[in-house]
Ligand binder design. Structure first.
Ligand code: AMP
Length: 254
């Protein structure tokens, strides 16, 4: 049976517990001073890679977590190492904005360099909700892609993936290599214990740049505006209880 070399792509995003605030220029979310964390779907991808490693000890040759971003993204790589991923690599793009096509090109170059044969990504990053990187990467590699996986298993040379579809489940199979994107119900990510977090702080990280990977970062989209959702709630001020009751009757709420 061929060995598994698993690559997990992770993105640093605004922590999912925080309410995004739009910046004054209305060109995006204001990240100043905000808590940044691993994108939740990426955390699920990390967990799945670790579970595959634990369940198939003899078969898994390597688990590698990769992010393209600023140097501050090291934090999510170290967190993944603390949980059980074997190696981590930062593609340092400085403060450049990345569109999914650029990310897919950077990941493709890394997959080829690392000889990975299984890529696990989140189905979407919760900041831009693009849902594009997995599809683009699979297309550029010419590999099959399983989207929104809720279960992953192996049978000989094949990977078997179950996906939730409207009112049921679909199970698909393909030989490796393949790209899988994760859905929320695939697993519940573990917490790393403190000793492992401390150890991961000093762990060596692989580093590369887009230039070293032979990828030119070119953005094609320009954000024209970002708006808050329109509130559907209408507030009405009333002066007294009588007016309150009258208003409720007018609104047919009484
Ligand atoms: P998206 O297509 O932007 O919604 O992102 C889908 C998935 O692609 C994410 O969950 C990650 O697994 C991966 N991804 C997106 N951006 C990056 C990045 N900058 N570095 C590494 N992986 C990424």
């Amino acid at each position: 049976m061929s060995k598994l070399r698993v690559l997990v792509g992770v993105k640093r995003t605004l922590d999912y517990m925080l309410k995004p605030r739009i910046n004054p220029a209305k060109t995006g979310v204001d990240l100043t001073g905000q808590k940044m964390s691993i994108n939740p779907f990426c955390d699920i991808a990390v967990e799945e890679a670790i579970r595959i490693k634990e369940a198939h000890k003899d078969r898994v040759e390597d688990t590698l977590v990769v992010t393209a971003g600023p140097s501050a993204s090291e934090q999510i790589l170290r967190q993944s190492l603390a949980k059980g991923i074997q190696r981590a690599s930062l593609i340092d793009v400085g403060d450049k904005e990345l569109e999914p096509l650029s990310v897919a090109k950077l990941l493709k170059a890394t997959v080829e360099k690392e000889k990975s044969n299984l890529v696990i990504l989140g189905k979407q990053a919760i900041d831009d909700d693009a849902h594009q990187t997995g599809g683009m990467l699979a297309a550029m590699l010419g590999w099959p892609q399983f989207t929104s996986a809720s279960k992953v298993a192996f049978e000989g040379e094949n990977v078997i993936v179950t996906r939730e579809i409207d009112g049921g489940a679909e199970t698909l199979s393909s030989p490796l290599p393949a790209v899988i994107t994760t859905d929320l119900r695939l697993n519940v990510p573990r917490f790393a214990n403190l000793a492992k977090v401390m150890k991961a702080r000093k762990a060596p990280l692989g580093k590369s740049t887009p230039e070293e990977l032979g990828v030119a970062i070119k953005n094609r989209l320009q954000t024209l505006s970002v708006e808050e959702p329109v509130s559907k709630r209408q507030n009405i001020m009333v002066k007294n209880v009588d007016e309150f009751v009258k208003t409720l009757k007018e609104l047919k709420a009484l």
